[in-house]
Design a protein around this ligand. Sequence first.
Ligand code: GTP
Length: 600
Amino acid sequence: MEQSKIRNVAIIAHVDHGKTTLVDELFKQSGMFRDNQAVSERLMDSGDIEKERGITITAKNGSYHYDDHMINIIDTPGHADFGGQVERVLRMADGALLLVDAQEGPMPQTYFVLKKALENHLPVIVVINKIDKPAARCDWVVDQVFDLFVKLNAPDHILDFPIVYASAKEGYALLNPDDEIVDGGSMECISRMIIEQTPAPVGSVDAPLQMQVGTIDYSPYLGRLGIGKVVNGTMTINQPIAVARRDGSLTPVRITKIYRFECDGKVSIESASVGEIVAVAGMDDVNVGVTFTDLANPTPLPLIEIDPPTISMHFIPNDSPFAGREGKYVTSRHIGDRLEKEILSDVALRYEPLTDAVGFKVSGRGELHLSILIENMRREGFEFQVTRPQVIMREDDNGQVLEPYETLTVDVDELYQGPVIEKLGKLKGQMEEMTLANGMVRLIYKIPTRGLLGYKSQFMTDTKGMGMMAYVFSEYGPYAGDIINRVNGVLIAKETCVAVAFALFNLQDRGYLIVKPGDPLYAGQIVGEHARAADLVVNPAKGKKLTNMRASGSDEAVILVPAKAMTLEDCIAYINDDELVEVTPQSIRLRKKPGVRIRS
Ligand code: GTP
């Protein structure tokens, strides 16, 4: 494809603001689907869980032709937990399409992705989507978006961003929200604007080859795929080239398979030139950040940073006599092999065997990142137990302990703001902004990730199910808690110790959660959360039924919870048949299981 006719545009948005719907519609209207392909198959989201949850997990690409041009759409993950990936895929783009919901306005992920796009100096086209919604408030949303650009110090020429108003669902886009929709409308003005406002890729065909792998994909048929943009030169099948790796080494290779992304799948090609986004197959050890470069004149591109994990969980095999053994894959070896496969395509994921127990410590970018992996594995027939997520602490050069912080945005009816503000304060959140519009309050907080783990159910209770909360990783900041325990060299926060003052084991299909109070807020919260699902709450020491730990004055509660009612946020620490882990603010130790009598 002629370089001047290529447009590489990243589509960025907060989760659910309509990226997939918009891209499907652009593809559909371009007429590039094959006849037998149901358009309703949401092409950009191909994983099962993605379809069900409607979120884009791994960035994928697709292209279509419009008016003599090839428009490459670069999809970006819709959730902040995969933030590192957003940055990497933005490197392939020459412009960005920022989608904002016409009712909700900018959300934390909007801020995050726009910030990244501006850092990459990408010109931005703003698409106010879902204007068909009865509660759409386009003027307010445009004002909010403008404020966001100002807040992010966008230069003047970027502040003058072009705007399109769209209903991706109904398949039309307008330059003015009051324009008439003619013949059911079309999205052409978006494609036209992409061609006009997004520059063609720069780079020289005559320069030595440079193509950096920005994402990794894995296909059972093609194996590992390294995806990136040809920044300079040309890449041809069988051409001898070099792979420049992170450690500075160069390996000579021959490329055997190159694919281009059409909107209905990958198409094998003989060569790719400047500006094209391609997948290179046939190299099992290729990883994010490597540069394919000229063998005679190697010029690697600058290294790509991969964000370190912020959250970890333990995956404990389920092959004990207590466990149901229902799954197809229950052993440690099964789990280890599966995790090994996962890290082939997910560079933000890490895992290591536990040193003091059977199982693995799995680390990733947030709760959602790990919970999607867990759900995928469960669907594939894996049965295992997971511990409550823990934040990963760090130390700076002066030995000061740091913990991850999130930027949290909540929208609540003003009637319910009191309890929300009170709880967020207790969770060490610092309010950064508070705005009121139409009886709804929008609050923006900087808050330790730790505080938000498991907070959602409390939030929904406090807002009578009507509140909205979303958060995005912000930065590592000073640890805001009171006590830190160091266990085997690992820093564990007080709240974690208390909240995870647990031991959980399965007996038939029941699980026991032992809670030790320490900080009444957290202990009370856990009991509260589980008491709803619990059949029976007993105190093993006194053998009597407990419903309110604080009221009873007991120092320990055992809650009997139907295993099915347990969520990923439950702490499940299975060690062996006789022992369990006890975590208190002072210690973590193994102890004998209590002789719990189940009373009916
Ligand atoms: P992620 O992949 O998670 O980032 O989400 P997304 O941004 O791709 O959102 P998606 O396209 O899955 O749309 C989210 C929801 O909004 C779906 O229920 C869509 O049907 C709906 N939606 C998308 N566009 C429109 C629109 O123009 N109008 C209305 N009313 N709903 C829309």
